[in-house]
Design a protein around this ligand. Structure first.
Ligand code: ADP
Length: 278
């Protein structure tokens, strides 16, 4: 399989926009293209769509010669938790969340995205994004004021996720990786203890309800072990347990987040505890 890029010479040399979001969009689409293409070509392209005094609209595409997507399934492919077919989901793995995130990122950049695909021939994801042009002082205010979001600042740390549910493992890991984190997974408390002893983690995200050894017990043992430096441990707990704030904090946990996890809140908690270590 070959990956090609095709960047049109009609594009302006310099545009202003959100590099980080664009990178995340491309990484997701290219990862999917690789996942669903056994042989052939993956092409990443960019060409000028429209241009004005102040901004350039760029048409980007990620095309593959892979298995393609059934027309019926193309309709809701950008919706949360869609997998083209559960069979395919089983063969290729994945959470069905990637394209929902991609669409959100494209829309945050005031763009739009669509897919064209023929089963057996391949798929092409197109998206159009506006970029501000670097001409004198004429910057595009709309682009300047894209709201702060959970995707703004990448986090860079190695963290341990202690979670027994495979779906949650996948969803949380994928989201953490999109924020730049490296993630190891422990299924339960004892495994977490072993991994904590072997490797230095900058943070532990610990589900409280675990089989074999629960999160509070595991946290207690980790705290006994650690002399001086304490790894921040964030509890993930059912909302009903949140009333137990005192108990959770008394067990040596640094913070907690309720299930189902609000990803904005998770980002803020992680950023807070990772920042305070610098
Ligand atoms: P995931 O890959 O985690 O399942 P995505 O939201 O990225 O989630 O994709 C949803 C579904 O869309 C995939 O499971 C797959 O069936 C289909 N899909 C996405 N990209 C492609 C592609 N390039 N070729 C074929 N099918 C695709």
């Amino acid at each position: 399989m070959e990956i090609r890029s095709n960047i049109s010479s009609s594009l302006p040399d310099v545009v202003r926009g959100d590099q980080l979001r664009l990178k995340q969009i491309l990484i997701n689409l290219v990862q999917n293209a690789i996942k669903f293409t056994d042989s052939g070509i993956i092409e990443v392209g960019a060409e000028l769509y429209t241009i004005s005094e102040t901004d350039a609209r760029v048409l980007l595409k990620v095309a593959d010669t892979g298995i393609g997507i059934d027309p019926e399934k193309q309709k809701d492919i950008f919706d949360n938790f869609t997998q083209a077919e559960s069979k395919i989901g089983l063969k290729y793995g994945g959470s069905g969340l990637g394209l929902a995130i991609v669409k959100k990122l494209v829309e945050m950049m005031q763009g739009f995205i669509w897919v064209e695909s023929e089963p057996g021939k391949g798929s092409c994801f197109y998206f159009i994004l506006p970029f501000a042009l670097h001409k004198g002082s004429s910057t595009n205010m709309e682009l300047e004021t894209i709201p702060e979001s959970i995707f703004v600042k990448m986090l860079d740390a190695h963290i341990l996720l202690v979670e027994d549910d495979p779906i949650n493992q996948m969803l949380i890991k994928r989201q953490l990786e999109l924020w730049g984190l490296t993630v190891d997974i422990a299924q339960q408390g004892e495994e977490a203890l072993r991994m904590h002893a072997e490797k230095k983690y900058q943070l532990i995200l610990m589900d409280i309800h675990l089989p074999v050894m629960d999160g509070l017990t595991a946290t207690g043992i980790i705290r006994e072990r650690e002399q001086g430096h304490q790894t921040p441990i964030i509890a993930v707990t059912a909302a009903a347990l949140l009333g137990d704030r005192e108990r959770i904090l008394a067990c040596g946990l640094d913070d907690y987040i309720a299930k189902p996890i609000d990803m904005n809140e998770l980002y803020n908690i992680l950023a807070k505890h990772l920042d305070s270590q610098e």
